[in-house]
Write a protein that binds this ligand. Structure first.
Ligand SMILES: *Cc1c(COP(=O)(O)O)cnc(C)c1O
Length: 472
């Protein structure tokens, strides 16, 4: 077992490994190429009876774990969405692990609670959130959305479902769009509404929620005796980063007395740019809002900023007070265990504090602005190229496109593009993922990794066109 002296030695060694990793990250295949079960079979079926030396463990980490890692911090990572880390974030995370503090109530680590409160104020300032909201860090957007729908449920039922369970007469309806994230469906199921009560509204040509269809759905439901409860608006959908018209949605919500939750998991970070604040027009009238600092704000997973208008409703939904958790300060300070699902909580505000201070507002703005500029550059290249086709507008940092050469029949486009995607990823030089838009197999070029710059994006586009050219 490591002792004090050896801890220091290995900690230095690990830090050197970390610095080397980031320096040579572009040499790794971005997407791990291992087969299912390959890593599992490398380990013994039972744990060691006696402790093993750290040298051997670290060596195994390098040899057995790293080949099975997909390198999300590679600047050549263009898949899914960014899940950024950064140097200051890593330093804070090391300290967080060292302190190992539980941040469930103020007394279990006052600095953690108060820094969290302050960081939520900073994020509100940074994103242009109006006053009247309060924030708390959740582990993920999925959890925040569940928290929101549970709060809506309790507030509308006057806290009776928490007390007595569903009577069966509630008939609540939740509204999303065809492009709403799968975490909404999950939350609807977990909160007990039933998946059939998630009403999916059509999207417009730009893949944003069709609010005419939303209104119709609500009116239909009212006629049928349902109880419309909540609308989930998405800023930056996962497929195309389309932006639901928040203002129109809040107008409808007001008219029918509905709760509004905003899922801005990815796009929330773009709000640090004043020119993207148009996305939150109408924000004064929403109930809850979440965005993931752990996606596009250089802060490693997990760190979801969740803002609520009615703190009392949130706390009333989640508060518990067993004898062993009673403190003298309860009610005078923020005891975050009552602001969500988890009791035990990590000290997540520390990494935000390190990141925001060390980058500064201007640098964060500069990088995000650059990511969006690069996406617009790729969009232009797709449009200018005779053999490529743009499949969605590009409001932010993700370009949806496909290879569509003139000589190829419509019905083989899906398989050609699937082949293009696989061939690209197998090179190890880039990692892309796909979605399906109006039935079409669509490649997504997401630009948002902390250290992605123009050279990486240009190299990737060159690889795409060269690889596609060889397919037909
Ligand atoms: C990534 C994403 C989510 C899920 O985020 P988690 O933090 O992993 O739960 C939800 N909604 C949107 C729009 C996303 O982009």
């Amino acid at each position: 077992m490591l002792d004090k002296k050896d801890f220091r030695k290995f900690a230095h060694q690990v830090v050197d490994w970390m610095a080397d990793y980031y320096e040579k990250i572009e040499q790794y295949p971005v997407k791990s190429g291992v087969r299912p079960g390959e890593i599992f079979s490398l380990f013994p079926d039972t744990p060691p009876e006696e402790g093993e030396p750290m040298e051997i463990i670290l060596n195994d980490f390098e040899e057995k774990i790293i080949p099975g890692i997909t390198h999300w911090q590679s600047p050549d990572f263009f898949a899914y969405f960014p899940a950024n880390s950064s140097y200051p974030s890593v330093l804070a995370e090391m300290l967080t692990a060292t302190l190992g503090a539980q941040c469930m109530v103020w007394e279990t680590s006052p600095a953690a609670a108060e820094l969290e409160e302050k960081m939520m104020h900073w994020l509100m300032y940074l994103t242009g959130m109006p006053s009247g909201f309060e924030g708390v860090i959740q582990d993920t957007a999925s959890t925040a959305t569940l928290t929101s729908l549970l709060t809506a449920r309790e507030q509308h039922s006057r806290y009776t479902i928490n007390a007595r369970g569903f009577t069966g007469n509630e008939k609540f309806r939740i509204y999303g769009s065809e492009e709403t994230h799968s975490s909404i469906e999950k939350a609807v199921k977990i909160a007990g509404f039933g998946k059939e009560n998630l009403v999916i509204c059509r999207v417009r040509n730009d893949f944003s929620m069709d609010t005419d269809h939303l209104r119709k759905n609500i009116q239909n439901d009212l006629r049928k005796g349902y109880h419309p409860l909540a609308i989930v608006a998405t800023l930056g959908t996962t497929g195309t980063t389309s932006i639901d018209p928040l203002k129109e949605i809040t107008v409808i919500a007001k008219e029918f007395g509905l709760w509004v939750h905003v899922d801005a998991a990815l796009a929330g970070s773009a709000l640090i740019l004043p020119e993207y604040r148009y996305m939150i027009e109408g924000i004064e009238d929403v109930d809850t809002f979440v965005f993931n600092a752990h996606k596009w704000l250089f802060t490693n997973f997990d760190c979801s900023a969740y803002f609520v208008k009615d703190k009392e409703a949130l706390i009333r939904t989640f508060e518990i007070l067993p004898e062993y958790l009673k403190t003298q300060t309860h009610g005078k300070v923020n005891d975050y265990r009552d602001w969500g699902i988890q009791l035990g909580r990590r000290f997540r505000a520390l990494k935000l504090w390190f990141v925001i201070r060390n980058f500064g507002v201007h640098k964060m703005q500069e990088i995000i602005r650059d990511h969006i500029r690069l996406a617009q550059m790729i969009k232009q290249k797709v449009e200018d190229h005779p053999a490529f086709e743009l499949l969605a507008p590009v409001p932010l940092n993700t370009v949806c496109f496909r290879y569509h050469p003139a000589n190829v029949k419509q019905d083989s486009l899906d398989s050609i593009n699937q082949q293009l995607l696989e061939t690209l990823n197998q090179t190890g030089k880039v990692y892309f993922t796909h979605t399906r838009l109006r039935g079409k197999f669509t490649l997504r070029f997401m630009i948002g990794q902390t250290y992605t710059r123009q050279e990486h994006v240009e190299k990737a586009w060159e690889l795409i066109t060269r690889t596609a050219g060889k397919l037909t």
